[in-house]
Ligand binder design. Structure first.
Ligand code: EPZ
Length: 430
């Protein structure tokens, strides 16, 4: 078990510049797309996070060869050697479901473990399955596995009952090699979906309606090689923007895509932070001593992202007044609230709402990370909690943040990573 320890004699005021990495949720579908072609895919601006390594392990089991550079990745699936995505990999990373569509499209067969639930809720894949069945796949669930077959997928019209990011990505990828035209309705609008479509077009796919709710894909016989740059991680950017607002800091974020940050810029501006766009790919966030409360409801893009809900909750604990945070995407995404309460926050959970009563000074303690964004929220809390904060089980954090402690250290934060830190297990029943 690894931990992060933050020493906070007095609350930090983050100042300086931070370079945002490529988006985890854009590189994962891009890697899955490499299954669709025997050509080489060259990706740049790749974040070296744990989920990328997990996906590469899965893809090499399926027949991929790859070369991982400092921030680049060359991957080629000359031949698909296996079509099984085993449970222990899928359990470790739900995004493994993204191999289902490409395997069916290229190989006509896929056996992928059901992802099961995780810390933020039940994580069904019924919409992925219904969509692929509409494209002609025969799918059955056996012993916790999705067993899918399709001699040749055929184009069809399919409407998603609800917006699903990886569901849309799976169906678009499958449709690129189907016979005829596929029309997908009520598609997710996240930038990561559009970015995947742009990669597929570079590989030779015929896709219209990129970035819209209806996407049309005309199947082609095969896809080819492509070079592609991974878009900036809007959630990592959001996390550092909140850090600046929280610490009355003055932070310049580089390598961001401001157009992907609209909902967050709006909410942080309402809370009192000042945000300036400094040219094409850089923004400046200046925190205010007075943080205003506000209600926030998570929603599919371009609404307020669920992946920023935990981070924003920390900010609202420092607001002068009461804020209501409503989580509409996942059914159990408030685990971080209990840990924040241990640091001194005043939060009451009522169903899908968290009532946050600020302003409550936070004091350092030992806390537990439960999922990726909850871990990020605890790091943010540690920046303002006086005394020492130790965040245990930061394997979750490493899944989606590249060297976060190095980036924070460069901004003046006294933070260190403790390897095999078992002192929090003291007193555990032997
Ligand atoms: C993607 O997950 C992201 N992961 C998540 O980021 C993100 O929180 C989520 O989208 C929402 O924005 C990746 O892109 C790898 P969904 P995904 O399918 O695709 C329901 C992070 O922290 N649903 O858009 O799994 C589902 O239960 C992670 O980086 C069905 O009912 O999410 C949820 O309520 C966490 N049936 C809603 O749709 C389905 O078949 C949205 O889920 C699929 C989804």
């Amino acid at each position: 078990m690894e931990s992060l320890r933050i020493y906070t004699e007095k609350p930090y005021r983050l100042r300086g510049q931070v370079v945002i990495s490529g988006a985890k949720n854009a590189v994962l579908p891009a890697l899955a797309a490499s299954l669709l072609t025997s050509g080489e895919i060259n990706l740049s601006n790749v974040p070296l996070v744990k989920d990328v390594r997990t996906m590469l392990t899965l893809l090499s089991d399926l027949g991929a060869e790859y070369e991982l550079g400092k921030k680049s990745l060359r991957i080629k699936v000359e031949k698909i050697l296996s079509y099984q995505a085993p449970y222990q990999l899928v359990r470790a990373m739900r995004a493994s479901i993204l191999v289902l569509g490409p395997l069916l499209a290229r190989k006509g067969r896929a056996v992928v473990a059901l992802p099961g639930g995780c810390a933020i809720g039940t994580r069904p894949v019924d919409l992925h399955i219904n969509g692929l069945q509409k494209l002609g796949a025969s799918i059955k669930i056996e012993h916790g596995y999705i067993v899918a077959e399709a001699k040749k997928l055929r184009g069809a019209e399919f409407e998603f009952e609800k917006k699903t990011v990886t569901g849309t990505e799976n169906l678009v990828m499958a449709a690129t090699l189907a016979r005829g035209e596929t029309i997908l309705k009520n598609c997710a609008l996240e930038p990561e979906v559009s970015s995947l479509c742009e990669l597929l077009v570079k590989m030779g796919a015929k896709i219209d309606g990129i970035g819209e709710e209806t996407i049309r894909i005309k199947g082609v016989d095969e896809l080819g090689p492509a070079d592609f740059r991974i878009i900036p991680d809007r959630i990592e950017a959001g996390t550092f923007m909140v850090a600046a607002a929280l610490t009355q800091g003055d932070l310049i974020l580089k390598e961001v895509e401001p157009d992907h940050l609209g909902a967050l810029i709006d909410k942080l501006t309402i809370s009192g932070a000042r945000i300036e766009k400094l040219g094409r790919r850089s923004i400046r966030v200046i925190g205010s001593p007075e943080i205003k409360p506000q209600d926030v409801t998570t929603a599919p893009y371009p609404g307020f992202p669920t992946d920023m809900q935990a981070q924003f909750m920390v900010l609202m604990t420092q607001a002068n007044g009461t804020s209501i945070i409503t989580e509409t995407i996942f059914d159990r995404r408030f685990a971080h609230a209990n840990e924040l309460i241990r640091l001194g926050a005043n939060i009451e959970i009522q169903g899908d709402k968290a009532i946050v009563r600020g302003r409550t000074p936070l004091s350092g303690a030992e806390v537990m990370a439960t999922d990726l964004r909850a871990s990020a929220c605890l790091v943010l809390a540690g920046l303002i909690a006086t005394g020492q904060t130790t965040i245990n089980d930061i394997e979750h954090l490493d899944r989606g943040y590249e060297r976060i402690e190095e980036k924070l250290r460069k901004l003046g934060v006294k933070i260190e990573r403790l390897k095999n830190n078992n002192n929090h297990r003291m007193g555990e029943k032997k």
